[in-house]
Design a binder for this molecule. Structure first.
Ligand code: TXA
Ligand code: MG
Length: 319
């Protein structure tokens, strides 16, 4: 199968209407999308991605009204959070209606919904009359794609089309939020910060470390991982010590580490901007994975705001 990269939303819609699975841009990472209401198409998504069936998919819609066709009993807190942050890098877990195939939710009675903030994909969602199930468009366990080329690199020959919406602006996956009684729970740290969420939802509970029987298997301990061994270091001293006698590459926030060859170091944001760091994270991990170094040493960033999602991804990449 030939894989075409293009910007033709009409063509993308046609492929989807014919039951194909294609690459789509979002503001977080690229998705591997297909008709969420068609079990055969959903099965194709799992096959192309090499993803285990126990790991459920996010349903992408163009509006809160559309979500209501597939979810019921939406708690007031969920409604508020959706109104404030959508379209945007947030996914909400809601009780699903029977029309959503069990394969999408891996048999759970909740489904994950998100309205992506990307103009091309919003237009695409408005052209078709079904929502899109889409995991990140990477082979299971590998680093998520933030450009159409990343998708092509790994999935060419397996999908007919990749809708090119440029490099993603947020760069880490959506924050996954669930609601239980009166509580708001974050299951995956992501592009919407906990601090921003708390301004609207009040105190939120973090449930991001469970791993053997995860509610949100984005919590799987080893995930988002390069092929090379990655070690996450808490301090510059620790990193320097671990680099001794190794052919090591370094990923750091805004400053190179003294004493280590500069051409083996990649910075997430030379300007010291956390948003830029998140946007660059996966591309930098990929680039490092393609160099000659034998081990990747990453330095933790400040654990606040988007820095928490960055540290979370680096942590999982190191597991
Ligand atoms: O930013 C994103 O969320 C990207 C873009 C493409 O939208 N998508 C993404 O999908 O990251 P994926 O499949 O790589 O991660 C979705 C996560 C998985 O960890 C899955 O376990 C969790 O969402 N999930 C999906 N449905 C769920 C449910 N009903 N209950 C709990 N977790 C769920
Ligand atoms: Mg993923």
């Amino acid at each position: 199968m030939e894989t075409i990269i293009g910007t033709d939303v009409g063509k993308a819609a046609e492929y989807l209407q014919n039951g194909s699975v294609i690459g789509i841009p979002t503001e977080t990472v690229y998705g591997l999308a297909g008709n969420a209401l068609d079990a055969n198409t959903v099965l194709k998504i799992f096959t192309v991605k090499g993803r285990p069936h126990f790991d459920p998919l996010i349903i992408h819609t163009h509006s809160i009204e559309q979500i209501k066709k597939f979810a019921h009993d939406i708690p007031p807190a969920a409604q508020r959070v959706l109104e404030v942050f959508s379209p945007g890098p947030i996914t909400v877990l809601l009780p699903k209606r029977p029309i959503v195939p069990d394969l999408v939710t891996s048999g759970l009675n909740t489904a994950a919904f998100r309205i992506p903030a990307h103009p091309l994909t919003l237009r695409l969602l408005q052209m078709i009359d079904f929502p899109l199930a889409a995991p990140s468009a990477n082979p299971f366990g590998y680093i998520s794609p933030t450009t159409s080329y990343h998708v092509y690199d790994q999935l060419h020959g397996r999908i007919p089309y990749i809708l090119d919406g440029g490099a993603t602006s947020v760069g880490v996956e959506s924050t996954i939020v669930g609601f239980e009684d009166e509580r708001t729970i974050v299951y995956r740290l992501g592009g919407l910060t906990v601090e921003a969420l708390e301004k609207v939802a009040g105190h939120v509970e973090l449930r991001i470390n469970a791993s053997s029987d995860p509610q949100a298997p984005g919590q799987l301990k080893s995930h988002y991982a390069p092929r090379k061994k990655l070690i996450l270091c808490a301090s510059e001293e620790e990193l320097i010590a671990k680099a001794q006698g190794q052919n090591a590459g370094v990923i750091a926030f805004d400053k190179r580490i003294p004493g280590i060859s500069h051409n083996k170091q990649l910075l997430l944001s030379p300007n010291g901007d956390m948003r830029e760091a998140a946007k660059n994270l996966f591309a930098v991990m990929r680039e490092m994975d393609h160099t000659e170094v034998e081990v990747i040493l990453a330095l933790k960033v400040e654990d606040a705001g988007l820095g928490r999602a960055i540290n979370d991804r680096l942590q999982r990449a190191s597991a």
